[in-house]
Design a protein around this ligand. Structure first.
Ligand code: SAM
Length: 231
């Protein structure tokens, strides 16, 4: 997969992709990441990318020319790919959305700042619009990093244990096909601060361990996220 990220703060993102799973995916040549500075596409002599909103009001708006030109130039570098603008007003991101995006061969992620984008950018470019949750960040960089991370760990051969993504929260399903939260995990020592790891996990009976984990996942989901169940 190729991921292009368009931002006015490319330096903010480099560190995120330089460690752990995102780095490993690039080392294994499963992922290629390119950062593009939207400012470099501005025709303004001061490299301005924002202006005051028509109609007044607080804040600045990301203007059409630098964003449209940047997107078009980056799109032309390779196959068209899926163009995604990060916006709090977009469609809510989820594990299901991550799995669906993981099937693409190229993602182009555009990060906003200030009050967001001039609306005509959406009319012209017809992107997908994605939010990572119902809260407002200062910019789209962290949102793009969240999306890229969630998608990358689902790409084949990125995770060491091929089954671990399928066992994660939201990928794990019950027999009714409803998503479950992950079950509780324990590691040595068996006793810590007077708290024992469950006996069943130390017994080596894998059928019983699986049954226990399923029950725990169901119970935890019912307690913490009943909204994930249909009834
Ligand atoms: N005025 C906008 C609103 O109320 O919807 C908020 C703009 S926000 C301060 C600046 C930029 O941060 C947005 O253009 C977007 O790229 C990014 N952003 C903020 N929250 C986000 C979220 N929940 N999901 C995705 N992107 C987000």
């Amino acid at each position: 997969m190729r991921i292009d990220i368009l931002t006015i703060f490319p330096e903010m993102l480099r560190g995120v992709f330089a460690d752990s799973i995102l780095k490993r995916a690039q080392d294994k040549e499963i992922l290629r990441v390119y950062f593009h500075d939207i400012r470099a596409y501005s025709q303004n002599k001061h490299r301005k990318v924002d202006d005051r909103p028509f109609g007044g009001g607080p804040g600045m708006v990301m203007t059409c020319q630098p964003v449209v030109d940047a997107v078009r130039a980056v799109q032309a570098q390779a196959e068209a790919g899926r163009l995604i603008f990060m916006c709090p007003g977009g469609k809510k991101f989820s594990q299901t959305a991550a799995a669906e995006l993981a099937r693409a061969s190229r993602l182009i992620l555009v990060c906003g700042r200030y009050e967001g984008f001039d609306e005509r950018i959406f009319t012209l470019l017809q992107p997908e619009i994605i939010s990572i949750g119902d809260y407002v960040l200062s910019g789209g960089e962290l949102a793009a990093a969240v999306l890229a991370d969630a998608v990358t760990r689902l790409l084949p051969k990125v995770l060491g244990d091929e089954h671990s993504a399928a066992e994660d929260s939201f990928s794990l399903r019950n027999e009714r096909g409803e998503p479950l939260l992950d079950y509780p995990h324990y590691a040595p020592p068996a006793l810590y601060a007077g708290l024992a790891a469950p006996e069943i996990l130390r017994g080596g009976n894998h059928a019983e361990i699986n049954r226990w984990r399923r029950e725990q996942a169901e119970q935890r989901t019912r307690e913490r996220r009943p909204d994930l169940f249909r009834v």
